[in-house]
Design a protein around this ligand. Sequence first.
Ligand code: BES
Ligand code: ZN
Length: 640
Amino acid sequence: MNKFLPAPIVATIFGAVLAMLLTACEPAIEPIDTAVELGPDPHSYANYEQVRVEHLSLALAADFSDRTLTGHVTLDLAQDDLAERLVLDTWKLSIRDVNRVGPDGELQPLSWRLVEPDAESEYLGAPLVVAMERGVEQVRIDYTTSPEAFGLQWLDGQQTTSGEPFLFSQSQPIFARTWVPLQDTPAVRYTFDAEITVPDDLMATMGAAGNPTEINADGVYEFNMPQPIPSYLMAIGIGKLDFQATGPRSGVYAEPSLVEAAAEEFSELEAMIDAGEELYGPYRWDRYDLLILPPSFPFGGMENPRLSFITPTVIAGDKSLTALIAHELAHSWSGNLVTNSAWQDLWLNEGFTTYFENRIVEALYGPERAEMEATLDRIGLQEELKELDDAEQVLARDLSGQDPEQAFNGVPYDKGRLFLLWLEDSFGRETLDAFLRQYFDHFAFESIDTEQFIAYLEANLLPKDPDAVTMEQVREWIFEPGLPEYAVLPASGAFDKVDEWRRQWLDGEIELNEIPVDEWTVSEWRHFLLKLGDRLSAEQMAAMDAEFGLTGTGNVEILYLWLVRAIETRYEPGIARLEQFLLEVGRNKFTRPLYEELAATDWGRAWAIDVYQRAKPGYHPLTRQAAERALGIDEQTGTE
Ligand code: BES
Ligand code: ZN
């Protein structure tokens, strides 16, 4: 290039490129190498193979008027060889200062740079590079989060039932870096302590020990986490919260108006922990509480250790949706205790958990309910597989260069579960259970990848019955698309009856009041509504509504399927309910497909955009992103 351009221009271009690469927040004390690369985890810039965070101390204050967390984090480091740099993950953090903490706690400035995010993968954020001097054991970073942090949702008083503001985090998969500068990879585990300052009348809770049971007059709360966790399990929730115990080591946190209903709905929490221990060994996190979030929480549940975060939409009044609690609890073994070391191994977390969840449901509610729930998921998976390309159907899926959000489809969950069900069928329950118990013990508090699991399986399960399965079959499950033809598919006899009632009604052979719905579980309702097909008319919807009162159902799983049918048939009372639902609930599992369904109709897109614009202020950034994609709204400008 410099053959053709005069030197001053080359220098200018060079300077501009350098300025683009380096955000000069702070003059460097000494030159610093800002070249970064992705490590064995393609979603983290952290150089954790050279230097590892072992403990983290947080001191943060929540400011609801600016929607920021401000304070500092101190990282305790361990190094094998002397590392020259510490590279941390961050996303839109404003870094004020980076210091070395000396033996007596004195601070000495270190050189640091925030590297400009890569345009192709902005979701990975901006690596923070810190020059390490000899013998640095502790680094303190003073910073403030961005109001746009994906890992935090700030709600004001109008958006909560208590009328007080609320903040909650969602760190999985790579959003911890939006509120703490750290090694944001599940390959690294650390313990932590935290001091959190909040407005006087609010309570702070964390996925940690030390959760209060009452609001504290000075607004300062202290936590510690003695068990080492990966960053995606960092969690904070702040609001006007009450606590109600459900047992000696369990309870629920919720806004005052909801706490009683939540404690009643989840009164079996303690029994679920016992069932989990019975299956796969001791619960190693001391307490297990639930934090019930406002309805804008973008997920059903998040397995934050010691304190799972739960959508209020599963409070159905009849304990019919508690499989979700069983799921988040099961992660206390599969996921939180033995952790996927990168997001391509997500099935080790979610597949094992989905299998385990169903075993807890079976232990508490019996095999019929468990079988029905497993069958619905299996049918859902088979439908989903038709829409996915081959790469997306693989359990251990290469995600380099892709947003890790891509990993979260039904495959790691339900194909993962079917893999374990096949092992159960091949070796017998007792043998598989003993193997799983041993697996959780062996890898407790470690992060592992798919190959480590396969090697462990080959050494410890296959010899139990050398004729049961082959390694080729195991590899087919894990590395090939689709379902092997020898898969064992859950099927529920109860659904055959539902199919027959539905057919008879649609064919005009019987009246709706002849269907014995009083005996139906939520799963039977779901199965009924799922398969109504496209023969339905708005008149038939009205007839069903008159008979069963579905527009007014308090069960969110039934309501969701009913609303999908209402969109298909343009059934007006259902559409009115849909508007109310979209304005209130931000759970992506429901909002995304509802917006997609609407966008696919000739009348629905404009209507949905109008509803979305009104709902948007109350939505989580993740819900907004998914809805905007569904509706074809430009994510930057918010226009069509
Ligand atoms: N770990 C997930 C939540 C999650 C999903 C976080 C995707 C980040 C990205 C949690 O354990 C989960 O799977 N929740 C499900 C419920 C479950 C019963 C399938 C959910 O939220 O719907
Ligand atoms: Zn899960």
